[in-house]
Design a protein around this ligand. Structure first.
Ligand code: COA
Length: 170
């Protein structure tokens, strides 16, 4: 099954998105922060309701041909008053649906959202061992901007991250 569609998330996707986040966070490779990083369904529903009206944040989902939610893209504008042109993104694709072009399609959606709200720079953090994601980002045109030592706390551990950025073409 390689058919999928990208669409804005709706509050009714909350349970599916929480399940997806829990599933991907539990993968032993540690692609995402696992400790306390995911919201409960009620909080997720509230967040999805709030971002639907916001020019500062957005959530999109990838829906498979059978209607299952198999990917998520989250975007949030930088809160610094001097950086309204910058937004941070995060994405994940269900293990069962990887290497089908969904990650790339979510990045294309991020660029479209950025153009629509006047964001000219997209940035993200990725763990140094996450080669699949780094390949995806580099192939898309993201460049490494920095190395952030001990930038995230995961349980009792501090974790490094690579900072990557993409200049949105006009
Ligand atoms: C990273 C991730 C989002 C990629 O999603 P995806 O839908 O599989 O990516 P795509 O199918 O669009 O891949 C596009 C390209 O990225 C590269 N790529 C993706 N996964 C790769 C892998 N496992 N190994 C090597 N290259 C890979 C390839 O160049 C690929 O093109 P190709 O399949 O034609 O060779 C997905 O693996 C994922 O959700 N991982 C767990 C969560 C995560 O790491 N999120 C990012 C946190 S920063």
């Amino acid at each position: 099954m390689s058919e999928f569609a990208i669409r804005p998330a709706s509050p009714s996707d909350a349970a599916a998105l929480v399940a997806l986040a829990r599933e991907v966070s539990a993968e032993p490779e540690g692609w995402l922060l696992s400790a306390g990083g995911t919201r409960g369904v009620a909080d997720e529903r509230r967040y999805l309701r709030a971002v639907r009206r916001s020019p500062h944040a957005a959530v999109f989902v990838a829906e498979a041909g059978d209607g299952a939610v198999v990917g998520r893209l989250s975007l949030a504008r930088d809160p610094h008053p001097a950086s309204p042109h910058v937004a941070d993104l995060g994405l994940m694709v269900a293990k069962t649906h990887r290497r089908l072009g969904i990650g790339r399609a979510l990045l294309e959606q991020a660029v479209e959202w950025a153009r629509g709200v006047g964001v000219t720079k997209l940035e993200l953090h990725v763990f140094p061992h996450n080669e699949p994601a780094i390949r995806l980002y580099e192939r898309f045109g993201f460049e490494r901007e920095g190395f952030r030592r001990g930038h995230f706390r995961n349980g009792g551990q501090l974790i490094d991250a690579i900072l990557m950025a993409f200049e949105v073409p006009r």
